[in-house]
Design a protein around this ligand. Sequence first.
Ligand code: PRX
Length: 648
Amino acid sequence: MSERITSVLNEERRFPPPERFREQARIGTWAEYQERYRRSLEEPDAFWGEVASELHWFEPWREVRRWNEPFVEWFVGGTTNLAYNALDRHVEAGRGNKVAYFFEGEPGDRRVLTYKDMLRETSRFANVLKAQGVEKGDRVAIYLPMIPEAVVAMLACARIGATHSVVFGGFSAQALGDRIADAEAKAVVTADGGFRRGAVLPLKPAVDEAIARTGDVVKTVIVVRRAENDVAMEPGRDVWYHEAARHASDVCPAEPLDAEHPSFILYTSGSTGTPKGVLHTTGGYQTYTYLTARTVFDLQENDVFWCTADVGWITGHSYVAYGPMLNGATQVMYEGAPTHPTPDRMWGMVERYGVNVFYTAPTAIRAFMKLGDEHPAKHDLSSLRLLGTVGEPINPEAWMWFRRVIGGDRCPIVDTWWQTETGGIMLTTLPGVHDAKPGAAGVPFFGVEPAIVDVEGNEVPDDEGGYLVMKRPWPSMLRTVYGDDDRYRNQYWSEIPHVYFAGDGARKDADGYHWIMGRVDDVVNVSGHRLGTMEIESALVAHEAVAEAAVVGRPDEVKGQGIVAFVTLEGARQGDDALREALRAHVASQIGGIAKPDAIHFAEALPKTRSGKIMRRLLRSVASGEDLTGDVSTLEDRTVVDKLLQGS
Ligand code: PRX
């Protein structure tokens, strides 16, 4: 972390909010954003106190914020309950018959759950947890497909004060076992299986294997019947949810919980070592996800909101399970693969449910783009009024496609930057206020004070690359790494003094927009210039032959690092030396000779995690001709790497 980061992406297009959108937006003027932002920094206690007061508290807080670097508490002394705020509050206000979820399973089964239904199901689930011996403060691992019971189980934990640790259903038994062991989960909630790409993905055998690795930590396993595949049940430990639920009451009062009560642990990978258990609490988390969901997605009373994330990721926690529910929103939830049984599955659902706000990941957008415009074209997407992206930098090419083909050139796009650790959206545009710039994540949300700094913590001038940090704590900030305060301090608060270090490189332009350049370890250093790999990838993807690109560095005696690109091609295009040369020349013309890849590998597919992030660490090994060492348990499809190795 010593050299300067050089930013090379040159993108000048901007798209103001359409007049019609602005007129009815929750925040529709720059002056209002500016005034509220100013107040959130100058009078944070008053600002956040007012937002929190829109939710229900059993006991009021005595102090809004207590900061003892690097540990923060919000709403000190207050007691509240996330599930009460997400469910009871709406039912009591007469919105019990409003739809909470339109659910579709992959095979086509459909369920509609109202807020009243969700309250009843959550209460019943909470009573089953209690009957199985789960108490306030216990940890519960949730390993389920993307079905309503996943959200119900999370809310049931929140209702009784158990801390959930959701483990993505695509993770292996080993990954699950590691997480169960680290959190010392007393109970596991799982299903027989789920549906994925037309097949049953069994879950229960992975739970059995995970438990076999973790000794006698787990006392009870609650199994939801979903795919009706055969499973082995261990007497005395395993119970079928539908059987236990038969004897359970559907009334369960919400437990008043301290504002700092741990609501969940979510494991995320760092650049080194074992996954970190990111710990979130209650009062600050609910306040921040409530306000961000409402403001960034401009949620209106009759909107249908669809965030495509699985609850196994933070996006599914904050913008499927909690933020929208805290707002009483109507959502779409889908279990399976986005292209099953046909490539237009998602667009058919947008049409069927009249989705108004659609939030997804750049990797999905690039995949849809590759499939072709004819699939969205089969459906009426005119209900859409706002689009959003999250999870990685979006290359302007994919952004423009999303805007034109999905958004019909009429929907604003919010590019939201945040992390598992931040709990909620930190940098974004507000859709009724700010012009959108393709590839830029926008400006700080209320209460967020970012800076771009050098390694000593000095702010760098506008348009110069540096490290993205946060200068003050926000309500949904992680509180620690579960069971490891030192790791928390070292990882986030030591590298650069007195600020939260996000691990990303970024630059801020003269309008205050943040252009994320990727993780610091995704930055290559060529002849003393640090180049964001994303920017080179954007240039490659802008070439008409290229569908997706990943760029990594490899050691180079002269330049420090050379650039290696892995490229998948559009349609049936085949890669050859002529195309290689054309792409190198293309990057050189887009960015400059310095960014020209030294090598280009054509690949059928890129290795990705199950959440869709390209595994650059693996590509770096392939590019450098090293052995593949380290953890590949998060890899979606192992054969992708084998093919790359054969081809390299
Ligand atoms: O590098 C940034 C990238 O994803 C990282 C956080 O990953 P995770 O904890 O898995 O959370 C993803 C969902 C919130 C960040 O450090 N990232 C996330 N959103 C964006 C992004 N990079 C660029 N633009 C974004 N909008």
